[in-house]
Design a protein around this ligand. Structure first.
Ligand code: CP
Length: 316
């Protein structure tokens, strides 16, 4: 069971693999801890000694800009020694298995692995095989989970909206292929968001998505009406099999977030996107760069949130 693996017997976070099943107490503790780290970014010396002497290995088997870089910044701000394995030039290309790679890095006295992998469950597999003192943090696995993205999104919502209890939130787009959406849905339901919608064509929604506690809308006209928070998702062309959509142009016309469609939401609605964006496909540049957008603050908050997660698992 992943959720048992994540917590120590006395209830502390040891690995972060998924937000599914993590109690509100832990989610709130991460957000509160992150709050205390935000101001470090404004200091001349952006460092605290919490992970001094710890070896953090970033293992990114799939491309990344935001997650890999902000994990590295976060680990360095915590004074850890950070090692980025270059997968393209590693012995993975000679056929070494994932677990053999991890065993060899563990022999180099690793304390933490931050793992992104195209296969769902890869970080969980690693967590089952590492020594008890080593923590594993999932940086996005297949379609399964992207817990630190979900957490930085919760941090952003709490920052701009003050909490979750009176909010209407819409997650719009390719929910089917999105690990981010799954993590956001688990977090928002756990933290008490009363009205959570997913908005997408039927072909981009997982079967029985309602069982996750969301209301399904097939049109933007009903889906983002009176929303406080609109989270746009990237159309994940690389994960699509078969013809799930007529064309990018049709998609933009019906589900792309444009200045006109923004008028359906509350006047003070915020717009989020985990990145990378497909401008002119799921979001218009005037919205992405406009006054409702908090897309770049999401990235900045990601540093503090990842510092919080790493400091908590290292202290477990
Ligand atoms: N949001 C996100 O995971 O972006 P990257 O793929 O650039 O890390």
């Amino acid at each position: 069971m992943i959720r048992n693996l994540q917590l120590t017997p006395d209830g502390k976070l040891h690995h972060l693999l998924t937000l599914d099943g993590l109690p509100a107490r832990i989610l709130t503790q991460i957000l509160d801890t992150a709050e205390s780290f935000v101001s470090i970014g404004d200091r001349e010396v952006k460092k605290v000694p919490l992970l001094r002497g710890k070896a953090v290995f970033n293992l990114f088997f799939e491309n990344s800009t935001r997650t890999r870089t902000t994990f590295e910044i976060a680990a360095k701000r915590l004074s850890a020694d950070v090692f980025n394995l270059n997968i393209a030039t590693s012995s993975q290309n000679k056929g070494e298995t994932l677990l053999d790679t991890v065993a060899n890095l563990s022999a180099m006295q690793a304390d933490m692995f931050v793992v992104r992998h195209a296969s769902s469950g890869a970080p969980n597999l690693i967590a089952h095989h590492v020594a008890p003192h080593i923590s594993v943090v999932n940086a996005g696995d297949g379609r399964c989970a992207h817990p630190t993205q979900g957490l930085l999104d919760m941090f952003t919502i709490r920052h701009y909206k003050g909490g979750f209890h009176n909010l209407t939130v819409a997650i719009v787009g390719d929910v089917l292929h999105s690990r981010v959406a799954r993590s956001q849905i688990h977090a928002l339901t756990t933290l008490g968001c009363p009205e959570l919608r997913v908005v997408a064509p039927k072909t981009l929604l997982p079967r029985e998505v309602e069982s996750m506690g969301v209301h399904v809308h097939y049109t933007m006209e009903t889906g983002i009406k009176d929303c406080d928070v609109i989270i746009m998702l990237r159309l994940q062309n690389e994960r699509m099999q078969g013809d799930l959509l007529p064309s990018a142009g049709e998609y933009y016309k019906h589900w792309g977030l444009t200045p006109d469609k923004m008028k359906l939401a509350k006047p003070d609605a915020i717009v989020m996107h985990p990145g990378p964006m497909n401008r002119g496909v799921e979001i218009d540049s005037d919205v992405a760069d406009g006054s409702h957008s908090v897309i770049l603050p999401q990235v900045t908050f990601g540093i503090a949130v990842r510092m919080a997660v790493m400091s908590m698992v290292a202290g477990s």
